[in-house]
Every structure is written in structure tokens, then in C-alpha cells.
Design a protein around this ligand. Structure first.
Ligand SMILES: Cc1ncc(COP(=O)(O)O)c(C=O)c1O
Length: 436
């Protein structure tokens, strides 16, 4: 009996208001969060989907990847949890924490096609990266390989662990010009930089500074080939910041082939703001140690030894539980629409947008055209205008574009066609950029 079966079977057997291994578990609340709105189906149109969001009308929302707006299903779940927490925080927490934490993990595991016990739940990508890299058990002779295109939070986490353990951080650019990035060359560059001392490869699925999507599966296969014959302690672990592919691409954890998948859930997935996860099998989890003490339900039952490693790596403490527990509905939302349909829609809009932008003589698109090397972020520049000017002038035209953060060099303007934009929005954006 694993811990999930333990909690659930125990709950079913004992009934309402029981104390289960120290966890009060009131089944009267089992249906407490009945979403007021229906979950989506594959029959929904994209207009139906867009209507689920409270985004300001009159704007073209081309930066939705930055921080999620919540669809109605998620908003209703947050509101319901908040109402209950405001009414009686103690009983709502004590009666439900185990059940809701399990429900969220179950939903995430269904989406990634992994076991719930492979998942640590976090507050953000940044928290996940900090936990995994910060706690990594590295030795002073060992090496970490990463890319110069990573978000600064990856670089800072890796610098911290290198400083703490004496491991060496080796950062290489996996491509020079993003527009001409090439999957074979990227894999070759990774392979050439794997050395006997390499213990960790820490990369980013989709670079938010260029829009390039790395061929994660091919990199995983190349790492696996080098791992043949290595002892478990020397095996290279491959970790990925996946935030700009998660909730967008139609893949499972196994499809990606990495050891650690680290992501926020509050960008493409439309999860509650302040949610994230880390997925890894127990062999990989064993390579990192927990940093923040857990509140795993088993801990409350005094069964510390039974907590899976992912549970030990799930930070405890009191959180904004109304957000944390409403994450289950974000997975319901995406699975209701269909992962394949979501991916096809976002890629189609992005392809069209890039094709139109490349027709403009004074616009340079940096993000590759290929679906294999790009996802939902388009980085571009306009001759004679700084990215800041481009974004400011688009704002005057009611288009919400963004600038790559300052730690990325060179800076670019960005637009991101998504489930929250229509074909017309893409047309209007391209026209507005043409007018610049
Ligand atoms: C590639 C990448 N990783 C990590 C982050 C930080 O994400 P979070 O807010 O979930 O910590 C960002 C921010 O947008 C990002 O672009």
C-alpha cells in the first residue's frame, strides 16, 4: 500500500470526521470544490476558450506566457477554497489538506503520465530550480554543463551549488544565431562538452530570450549514450527548466527523457499564480537533498520514513492554499481541451505570425521558423527602433508585447500567440508591427 492508497483507502473505510494517522479527514468535504463552471471539452471553439478568461477587452494579449490569467474553472476553484478558508481556516485546512494535496498531485501526474510520487509541488519554476540545483549532491571534482541562453534563475542556482560544493560550472552557447539554430548542431555541442567529470546537464526547454526550443529528447538520448557504462554515482543527470513548453507541447515526461523536469504552472498551463512542480524518478531524486522541510501528509501521521523523495522535496509551511489546491483544475482545463489540440493551435498561430513577420523588410525574426525548434514565443526586432520603443509603440496600439529581460543579450521585442489570441489578433499584431 503506497501512501496515496493508504490515505485514500483509509478515508473510504473510516468515514466522516475521522482522524487518519494524525490527519483529520472529513469526507463531508469530499465534494466541497465542485467547480461552478463546466470543464472544457474538445468541442469548444477557441472563442469559447477565450471567453473563459477575464482579460481586459480591447487589448491584444500577446504576453500571456508571462504570468497566467486564470480561466473560469480555476477562478471558481480558487474562490471556493478562499471562501472556505476565510470562513474557518483551521477546520478547512485540517479536514482537507491531505485530500487536496493528493488531488493536485494526481491531476499533475495524469497530465505528465507519471506516478504521483514522482512529483514535488512548488510555488514556481524558480523555486523548483533552487531546490533541485541547490540541493544537488555534487563533489568538488564534478562538473555542471549549462547553456548561456538560460534564464538567470538557472544560472544563479547553479552558481550557488557550484560555490557550495566546489563543482565547476561550465556554460556554453548551444547556438550563436537563434534564427539559424540547428538541432543536430545543438546536440553535437552538448555531446562535445560532456566530460568524464560531468555530473549534471542543466538546460532550458524554451529560451525566453530567443524563443528557441531545444531538442530535449535528442539531448536526453545523447546523454544516455554517454551514461552507458557509468556507475550510478557518476551518471550524468539531465535537468530541464520546462516552463515555456509546459501547457503548450503535447508530450509526457517519458517523451522528454530528462531526469528532472522543473516548471512553473502559472504560465502556459493557466494554473494559479504561485504554483509549480518538479518531476523526477526516485533514482534522480536521490541525487538531490531537500532544502525546505516538507508538510507531507505522512509527516503529519508521524511516518517520516514512508515519505517518498519527491514528497520530502515538496516545501512545507503554510502556503496560499486556495491557489495551490486549485491547480488540479488547470490540468482538468488542459486535458479537457486536449493536449494535442492545444499544441497544434499554438504552433499554428505562431507559424503564421512568424511567416507574416518575415515578409516585413525591416523586421528581423530571431526565433526559428521550425515547429521543432520553437514553441510559443517569437523574438523580433524592427530596424531603427530599440525593443523598448517597439513594445511601447505597440502598447499605444493596444497590443501587449514584451521585452526580453535585461540579463539576456541582445534584447528583443517579443510577441506570443497563444490560446488567448485569435487569427485576427495575429493579423492585427503583424499589421501594427508593419506600421512601425
Ligand atoms: C525560462 C524561464 N525560466 C524560469 C522563469 C521564472 O519562472 P517562475 O516565475 O515560474 O519562477 C522564467 C520567467 O519567465 C523563464 O522565462
Amino acid at each position: 500500500v503506497n501512501r496515496r492508497q493508504f490515505l485514500i483507502r483509509g478515508g473510504v473505510a473510516v468515514g466522516t470526521n475521522m482522524i487518519l494517522a494524525g490527519v483529520p479527514f472529513r469526507l463531508a468535504h469530499a465534494e466541497a470544490v465542485v467547480p461552478a463552471s463546466d470543464p472544457p471539452t474538445s468541442a469548444w471553439t477557441w472563442d469559447d476558450v477565450r471567453a473563459q478568461f477575464d482579460l481586459a477587452p480591447g487589448l491584444v494579449h500577446m504576453s500571456s506566457f508571462f504570468l497566467a490569467s486564470h480561466p473560469r474553472l480555476v477562478r471558481d476553484a480558487i474562490a471556493e477554497h478562499r471562501r472556505e478558508l476565510d470562513a474557518n481556516p483551521y477546520h478547512y485546512m485540517e479536514d482537507n489538506i491531505a485530500r487536496f494535496e493528493i488531488a493536485v498531485r494526481d491531476a499533475a501526474s495524469g497530465y505528465l503520465n507519471v506516478q504521483p510520487d514522482d512529483l514535488a509541488m512548488t510555488d514556481s519554476t524558480t523555486m523548483g530550480l533552487g531546490l533541485v540545483y541547490g540541493g544537488m549532491k555534487l563533489g568538488s571534482g564534478q562538473e555542471i554543463l549549462s547553456d548561456t541562453h538560460d534564464h538567470i534563475v538557472t544560472t544563479l542556482s547553479l552558481r550557488c551549488v557550484a560555490e557550495r560544493t566546489g563543482a565547476t560550472l561550465h556554460r556554453v552557447p548551444l547556438y550563436d544565431d537563434p534564427a539559424t539554430a540547428n538541432a543536430e548542431k545543438i546536440v553535437e555541442t552538448v555531446t562535445q562538452n560532456l566530460r568524464p567529470a560531468t555530473r549534471l546537464v542543466a538546460l532550458t526547454w524554451v529560451h525566453s530570450g530567443t524563443g528557441v526550443k531545444l531538442p530535449v529528447r535528442q539531448i536526453a538520448d545523447a546523454v544516455a549514450a554517454v551514461n552507458t557504462g557509468r556507475s550510478p554515482d557518476d551518471r550524468i543527470l539531465f535537468a530541464v527548466d520546462g516552463v515555456h513548453g509546459f501547457g503548450l507541447e503535447d508530450v509526457t515526461f517519458d517523451d522528454l527523457g530528462c531526469d528532472f523536469f522543473i516548471s512553473g504552472c502559472h504560465k502556459w498551463l493557466f494554473g494559479p499564480r504561485g504554483t509549480g512542480l518538479v518531476c523526477a524518478r526516485s533514482e534522480a531524486w536521490a541525487a538531490t537533498g531537500p532544502t525546505i522541510p516538507t508538510f507531507d501528509p505522512m509527516w503529519r501521521g508521524g511516518k517520516l520514513d514512508s515519505i517518498p523523495l519527491a514528497g520530502l522535496n515538496t516545501p512545507g509551511g503554510f502556503h496560499s492554499f486556495e491557489h495551490r489546491w486549485a491547480l488540479a483544475e488547470a490540468f482538468t482545463f488542459h486535458l479537457g481541451l486536449g493536449k494535442a489540440r492545444v499544441a497544434a493551435r499554438i504552433h499554428e498561430l505562431n507559424r503564421h505570425c512568424k511567416e507574416e513577420l518575415t515578409r516585413l523588410p525591416k523586421v528581423k525574426v530571431s526565433t526559428p521558423m521550425s515547429d521543432d525548434l520553437s514553441a510559443g514565443i517569437i523574438c523580433f526586432d524592427v530596424d531603427g527602433l530599440s525593443p523598448e520603443e517597439v513594445v511601447a509603440r505597440l502598447r499605444e496600439k493596444s497590443i501587449v508585447a514584451s521585452i526580453t529581460p535585461p540579463f539576456y543579450k541582445p534584447l528583443h521585442a517579443r510577441v506570443a500567440p497563444s490560446l488567448l489570441t485569435s487569427e485576427q489578433d495575429v493579423e492585427n499584431t503583424v499589421r501594427a508591427i508593419a506600421e512601425l
